[in-house]
Design a binder for this molecule. Structure first.
Ligand code: FEC
Length: 315
């Protein structure tokens, strides 16, 4: 049986490893333009606020990659195919290019790329895949990228379970399920993506609808909202979750469930923007706030990734 060796580039946003790396990280996000001292301090203070300056995204990415490797090993035992996972981060080492280079050093000629973000935008997943493709071309590696997996049944099942948990928690506190508003959210992007016919907003709505249907939420009981918009002086997609909370409170809803479906791990945008900022706004407005658990190492998420990798590497 002839061996087929496939490299799997698992891509994630990346995070600093220590507080003194925050400046370099932020400069990379800003495409080489260093942040002002005020901007830097503001970001450092947000990292400090999440459990004293830890960077949970790195640990979750490591564990997701290890779990994916284990799943792929199991699927390919005695098949003559081997998958080897490499990490490639967007804004921190090991960068996307480092991952492809490591594959080239190991003699890999064939690769699949997948991003730890379920929804495609030209400005998010599209950017990761472009960088990976360009580096693969330099090394003569055949590269196929997975664009999205936002409706994979196991992903939806894991997310439905999480919404259900929070509905149950409210019910146990004496709240009526149908009075709780579910706020699905994802990272905002500049508004100009809409003119570009970018699939990102529609894919996010598709995921939201699938979860709402399986969770038996009425149409009035859920909505999609954006979060974590950048402060760049250009218009970003809205409404922002902080404004949506005001709207929900104004309608007399007593409580919300925040379901950040655009993210797959615990990290700054979840632990700060939602658990600290959005929760505080909810407290001020006098409404309940609970967030769904992040997917992290949920086996159904890992199987979703493995299914897409195997599908993309079919000859
Ligand atoms: O925990 C961590 O250390 C990292 C958390 C983190 C994740 C993440 C995911 C996404 N982002 C997306 C788009 C943008 C755009 C800009 C932008 C800026 C930042 C900054 C930080 C940051 N992002 Fe991020 N993002 C995370 C963290 N992001 C920190 C810089 C300070 C700030 O604006 O808050 C604006 C860039 C610019 O200035 O031009 C655009 C998208 C995702 C979800 C998809 C993905 O994971 O790739 C989209 C996690």
């Amino acid at each position: 049986m002839s061996e087929r060796r496939i490299g799997v580039l698992v891509m994630s946003y990346g995070t600093p490893e220590s507080l003194d790396q925050v400046e370099a990280y932020y400069t990379h996000i800003r495409r080489g333009s260093p942040p002002s001292p005020e901007q830097l301090e503001e970001l450092r203070s947000r990292y400090e606020a999440i459990v004293g300056g830890v960077f949970p995204l790195r640990q979750h990415t490591n564990e997701q990659v290890n779990a994916l490797q284990a799943d792929l090993n199991e699927r390919t035992a005695n098949t003559g195919i081997t998958y080897t996972c490499y990490q490639g981060l967007k804004h921190a080492a090991p960068f996307i290019e480092d991952g492809i280079e490591a594959m080239a050093r190991d003699g890999i000629r064939e690769a699949v790329g997948i991003v730890l973000a379920p929804h495609y935008s030209i400005m998010s997943v599209g950017g990761y895949l472009k960088r990976a493709q360009e580096e693969a071309d330099k090394h003569g590696i055949t590269f196929v990228g997975v664009k999205s997996y936002h409706l994979h049944p196991q992903l939806i099942e894991a997310l439905v379970e999480r919404v259900g948990e929070q509905l149950d928690a409210y019910e146990q506190e004496g709240q009526k399920r149908e009075q709780v508003q579910v706020l699905f959210s994802a990272h905002s992007l500049p508004e100009k993506i809409v003119e570009m016919n970018d699939p990102y907003p529609e894919q996010l709505l598709e995921t939201s609808r699938a979860i709402a249907k399986a969770s038996e939420l009425s149409d009035e009981q859920w909505q999609f909202t954006w979060q974590s918009a950048g402060q760049t002086g250009i218009p970003w997609l809205g409404p922002d979750i902080l404004d949506t909370l005001e709207h929900v409170a104004g309608e007399g809803r007593p409580a919300v469930i925040s379901a950040p479906i655009g993210f797959v791990s615990d990290h700054l945008e979840v632990l700060y923007d939602l658990d600290i900022e959005a929760k505080q706004r909810s407290n001020e407005l006098g409404i309940g706030f609970k967030r769904t658990r992040s997917l992290n190492q949920d086996i159904r998420y890992i199987q979703t990734l493995a299914d897409k990798v195997v599908e993309a590497s079919q000859p």
